[in-house]
Ligand binder design. Structure first.
Ligand code: UT7
Length: 344
């Protein structure tokens, strides 16, 4: 059985920087830079322009990852796209990315799969991609996390708790087969559907007729959606507490499964939902600051894109180099969570 390793990384964020002050001044949200920084560590995020979707953001990230892997896009055997902000209800963004990369125009119709595991999407995708590579059915999987949150944020005081957290971006890796002694050593995934409603966006509901219930009894339903369906709902404190617990537990479980000590890990790429969550996990586990990488201060929470963006930037800056042992850890809506241990 070959090993599955990350042969290339790439990342892309849209140009427009939206600071905390911009949320207050440009959108009129009753908030402050101090409140957001103190509670979350977020200083700014990126917003994509209207007309741009997650698959568009994924194109430059994917091209960079493929080039860094020393491959051509025609070497890609499979696309896995993790997102909670696809362009449409269906199809998923995987096929849009495939078409944008021109992978249906080269005589090969590269299969494209979508992963719906929100902030844990990249790790669920990595588990799928590495398993496919190890099965020998494919050699190179393009795994992307891409998000366009800005289109679906309630950018008003009513929505400030959620709206101040999220940003747009895409990260990509190529997962490739190798006979070398390196790669994805193992992954530990978990989910608890009892808490599905604690963090969700129910913009439609297939149990209802019509499936998008009209906002008012006197409307015909067109273009009207109740705010509580339209915008994401989050029980922030409950999510925070569970995030810390599950990230700690999955990291311990993954290390136990691998027979390694936490001290053997050189670099920790934690999901970027809240700097305080990551600090609490690190404190609980006794992880020193210099082993953690962050991007939440400049990008906010980019859900499925956070970990591949972190990996891409760490490689570019020389922070992540061949031979390092990396632990990627995430928690998010579902609830879903996971840890992957990777020998770079
Ligand atoms: O990717 C995984 C998913 N997400 C997470 O992991 C997020 C987990 N949760 C959190 O990070 C935190 O719960 C938040 C940062 C979202 C919120 O922090 P908090 O300390 O739990 O605040 P809170 O929701 O209890 O709100 C406290 C107050 C409220 O005002 P009142 O009711 O006390 O008057 C909020 O309305 O802060 C208010 N508030 C804000 N004030 C200024 C909420 N958001 C804002 C804001 N600016 N952006």
């Amino acid at each position: 059985m070959p090993n599955a390793y990350i042969s290339g990384t790439g990342g892309y964020v849209p140009d427009r920087v939206v600071t905390n002050d911009d949320l207050a001044n440009d959108y009129g949200i009753e908030t402050s830079h101090e409140w957001i920084v103190q509670r979350t560590g977020i200083e700014a995020r990126r917003f994509a322009p209207e007309g741009v979707c997650s698959a568009d953001l994924a194109v430059p990230a994917a091209e960079q990852a493929i080039a860094n892997a020393g491959l051509d896009k025609t070497d890609i055997d499979m696309i896995v796209f993790a997102t909670l902000s696809p362009k449409h209800a269906f199809p998923g963004d995987g096929v849009y990315l495939q078409e944008k990369l021109g992978l249906c125009e080269v005589g090969r119709f590269v299969p494209a799969m979508d992963v719906r595991n929100q902030c844990s999407g990249f790790l669920y995708g990595l588990a799928a991609a590495s398993s496919m590579v190890q099965s020998t059915m494919v050699k190179n999987v393009l795994l992307v996390g891409g998000e366009t949150h800005s289109a679906a944020l309630d950018l008003s005081t009513r929505g400030r708790t959620v709206a101040s957290l999220f940003g747009d971006g895409a990260g990509a890796v190529v997962v490739s087969a190798t006979e070398e002694d390196r790669g994805v050593r193992g992954w530990y995934l978990g989910a608890d559907g009892r808490f599905a409603d604690k963090l969700c966006q129910k913009v439609w509901d297939m149990t209802q007729r019509p499936f998008i219930p009209p906002a008012g009894a006197d409307t015909d339903g067109a273009g009207q959606v109740e705010p509580e369906l339209m915008w994401a709902h989050m029980e922030g404190r409950y999510v925070f507490k569970n995030a810390v617990e599950r990230m700690v537990q999955s990291l311990v479980s993954a290390c136990w499964d691998q027979g390694i000590d936490l001290k053997d890990v050189d670099l920790f790429a934690f999901h970027q939902a809240n700097m305080r969550i990551n600090q609490m996990v690190a404190q609980t586990m006794g992880i020193p600051d210099d082993k953690l990488i962050h991007n939440i201060h400049k990008y906010g929470n980019t859900t499925a894109a956070t970990i591949p963006l972190l990996l891409a930037e760490a490689e570019q800056t020389g922070r992540l180099t061949r031979g390092m042992k990396v632990a990627c850890v995430a928690f998010g809506s579902g609830f879903t969570w996971g840890t992957a241990i990777v020998d770079w």
